[in-house]
Design a protein around this ligand. Sequence first.
Ligand code: GYE
Length: 327
Amino acid sequence: MKRLAVLFTILAVLAAALLLLLPKGTQKRQPDAEHQIILGFSQLGSESGWRIGNTRSVIAAAERAGVQLMFKNAEQKQENQIDAIRSFIAYQVDVIAFAPIVEDGWDNVLREAKDAGIPVICSDRSVTLEDESLITGFVGSDFYQEGVRAGEYLIKKIAGVTGPVRIAEISGTLDSTPMRDRAQGFRDTIEKDARCQVVYSESGDFLRSKGKEVMVDVLATAGEVDVLYSHNDSMTLGAIETIEQHGIVPGKDIIIISVDGEQGAIDLLKQGKINCVVECTPMLGDVIMTLARRLAQGETIDRVTYSQETVFTDFDEDMLSIPPRGY
Ligand code: GYE
């Protein structure tokens, strides 16, 4: 009997040692359809109407889906997002989703999540990684296409215009995915037209206050500009305040192209103060919950899930009937 007990002990120790030898990422958490899913969500901040709409969408969708949400707002700081992700790992949540403020600098913390067997979804913005397997998927917009749509609108708008078209750009947070891709998609589209020249580009950090401030600099230093391309509606609303304070008529003296589709921007489109609003939807909550549930049950998800989006412009005949935006 005693020998048998010793044998069992040895076997148990061997089994435990074998488990420890397994590569860390393969120590999968057990998929379980029964228990309530715990989702850790790290939001990057509250910089814009879009972001506030996005936060609302995630919280409401979690409630609808019966998902227990651990929500943390990083107040615009990457360190806070890294701390939040570490706390989700310590808490052993089932799935982590986060909206990365910038693209770089996530490798270490995401490796920790993978080692803990917790799948990670990038929501809204994406990351650049050496090891792509550190995230399971991305859900959000195709920002490059948004830039292309902005450029295509401009080319259509300036049909028949001779001479140079001078463009000022107010971009989003430096090194964030929407900033990089909205700038690139726009440039790749307008560069085919020799009239188009980007004569000014500065970041307004996606903030209304900075949009207002940067526009002061545009008017003081860039000379006459024909077009303002602003990477989000909050900055556009700020820039328009400056433009009007200078006695310039937005939408007429300067063509205004914006991105997001907030209610405030659509209202100005209807009033003729904005010419084009490229839609970017913040309503990602339901998709995130669906993907989180699949991951928690051990299923795989698509690498990329893009939102369906459109463009609202002063060419639209039914502009007045755009339904309430909800953000
Ligand atoms: O356009 C802007 C927000 O990442 C798509 O961030 C998002 C952007 C959005 O602050 O308004």
